[in-house]
Design a protein around this ligand. Structure first.
Ligand code: NAI
Ligand code: MG
Length: 533
């Protein structure tokens, strides 16, 4: 189902899960049943216990080699949630050795694909069983609305593993007719040890996009989580071991980018690297891979995605969808519809309504029912977003609403709308990664295609029109890995995702993601009797 539909229905009413949760215990009732509150009130503490804060290497939770830890912070307050073992190069070495041993000598790559699939299915079932704890940890660490985590992201997380479990026993090679009396088999083999570096905006979903296909293909993994959000991956990896995953197959190292992340990208014994994050860091890891052992790299990077609203659009629907396209997840989406192009004939009405919608957006403690927007992830991102708002204010764009922080603690920012934005302004060029909508005016379809494509990015695009010819012209003309027509942010395990241009290299999800984790081996042998050809 479209995430947009799930989210908007969730946020507009109290959900059954909320009341079920409320019934479970008095503690739970207390933390969840209080009514919507201002940002500066005391932050709600979820009932989940934090059990896993160490590195997960070779099936065991261990301290970092240096003994160091780092704090993971609550973005609602900036206060410490937990101290987590801080992995660096030495821990990456240990984790890569464990993954290498599990690949070369362990059961995983040689296990029947059916059995691999069953372990992955058991894991997905455990995720569903532990959905509330996972969602609570995700919201606590990241600041996203709890209902979004519980009702949209955790089910999608489980779905991704159900999907990839389905692939495990359907990955097979080919035989091909070669010119000459030869028998030719094409084998699809796992690539080996996969290094995976993920960001903080969707910690569990990014875990699934990476870990799912790698495991389905029989690889072993060292996963480096984002330093802002280490908690849920450790919990999920523990569940994977409960489901029967052999030791050393999935190792999780928490830590910082320039230390643990760089060590993984440049490791000589890592056979493949997958990265999601900024375009700048994407370039760094690609270089590290090239300078070390030329491991193949897939990159899922930034975006500045256009959302084009044509003159025939139902304006109210377009306003709601454009609002969702940008503000979902506090605007922290690689594919956010962050350039809203509106046809000149409906422009003025659209601006009024988009502004009114943004002003109605409820900002507050993400654990509260009905809150649509929590805090930005950390002080650095908070400052970055406010910096871009300042650049917008200093330009000829009109600040329609928002523009300031909300409250006096944590990293909350008002939903902000700029109109009269021009293509060359920084707010129309750079990835802001926050709740800032930039609205631009257009007249002509061919011209808006050129303008929409005039960016270094090419991750996604949205089109809103009732005219099939306009939809076809736009979706063929836009240079983007995904074009959503009359919808936005529709994700499914089966739909490939990735970017043109500097938005990345390769595709994740769907059948396309499997190739990232497979080697292709041609086995050629003579046929004694050419008549068998
Ligand atoms: P980042 O790209 O620096 O971090 C993403 C991951 O890369 C994290 O796990 C980080 O520890 C790791 N990393 C950082 N430096 C590294 C290095 N030298 N070697 C190896 N790994 C390294 O992104 P950051 O700093 O969190 O956010 C900066 C901007 O990136 C955001 O404002 C946003 O524009 C963009 N971004 C895009 C995301 C996407 O989904 N494509 C996700 C997160 C951020
Ligand atoms: Mg960074």
């Amino acid at each position: 189902m479209a995430v947009s539909r799930i989210i908007s229905s969730l946020l507009s009413r109290s959900s059954p899960a909320t009341s079920a949760l409320g019934r479970r215990s008095r503690v739970v009732q207390r933390w969840f049943s209080s009514s919507a509150a201002a940002v500066d009130e005391e932050a709600i503490t979820p009932p989940v216990q934090i059990h896993y804060t160490k590195l997960l290497i070779n099936g065991n939770f261990v301290d970092s080699a240096s003994g160091k830890t780092f704090p993971t912070l609550d973005p609602r307050t900036g206060e410490v949630i937990a101290h987590v073992a801080e992995g660096d190069a030495e821990d990456i070495n240990r984790a890569v050795s464990a993954a290498r041993k599990a690949f070369d000598h362990g059961p995983w790559p040689k296990m029947s694909a059916y059995e691999r699939s069953r372990i992955m299915l058991r894991f997905a079932d455990l995720v569903e069983k532990h959905a509330e704890e996972l969602a609570q940890l995700e919201t606590w660490d990241n600041g996203k609305p709890y209902q979004q985590a519980l009702k949209a992201e955790i089910p999608m997380f489980a779905r991704l593993f159900h999907y990839y479990a389905g692939w495990a026993d359907k990955i097979h090679g080919l035989t091909v007719p070669a010119d000459g009396p030869h028998h030719v088999q094409i084998l699809h083999e796992p690539i080996g040890v996969a290094g995976q570096i993920i960001p903080w905006n969707f910690p569990l979903l990014m875990f699934a996009w990476k870990v799912g296909p790698a495991l389905a293909c029989g690889n072993t993994i060292v996963l480096k989580t984002a330093e802002q959000t280490p908690l849920t991956a450790l919990y999920a990896a523990k569940l994977f071991h409960e489901a029967g995953l052999p030791e050393g197959v999935l190792n999780v190292v928490s830590g910082y980018g320039p230390t643990a992340g760089a060590a993984l990208a440049s490791h000589m014994d890592v056979d493949k690297l997958a990265f999601t994050g900024s375009t700048e860091t994407g370039k760094v890891v690609l270089e590290l891979a090239a300078k070390s052992n030329l491991k193949p790299v897939t990159l899922e990077l930034g975006g500045k995605s256009p959302f084009i609203i044509c003159e025939d659009a139902d304006i109210d629907k377009a306003v709601e969808l454009a609002h969702f396209a940008l503000f979902f997840n506090q605007g922290q989406c690689c594919c956010a519809g962050s350039r809203t192009y509106v046809h000149e004939r409906i422009y003025d009405e659209f601006i009024e309504k988009a502004k009114a919608r943004a002003m109605r957006r409820s900002v507050g403690d993400p654990f509260k029912d009905g809150v649509e927007q929590g805090p930005q992830i950390d002080a650095e991102q908070f400052e970055k977003v406010l910096h871009y708002i300042k650049l917008g204010r200093d330009s000829n764009a009109n600040l329609e609403c928002g523009g300031n922080r909300v409250g006096s603690k944590g990293y909350f920012i008002q939903p902000t709308v700029f109109s009269n934005v021009e293509d060359n302004m920084s707010i129309a060029q750079d990835e802001i990664f926050g709740p800032v909508q930039s609205i631009l005016k257009f007249r002509d379809i061919d011209d808006v295609i050129k303008r929409a494509n005039a960016t270094r990015y090419g991750l996604a695009a949205g089109v809103f029109t009732r005219n099939i010819d306009t939809a076809n012209t736009l979706s063929r003309g836009l240079k983007a890995g995904t074009v959503w027509v009359n919808c936005f942010d529709v994700f499914d395990a089966a739909i490939p995702f990735g970017g043109y241009k500097m938005s990345g290299i390769g595709r994740e999800k769907g059948v396309y993601s499997l190739n990232n984790y497979l080697q292709v081996k041609a086995v050629v042998s003579p046929l004694k009797n050419p008549a068998w050809l």
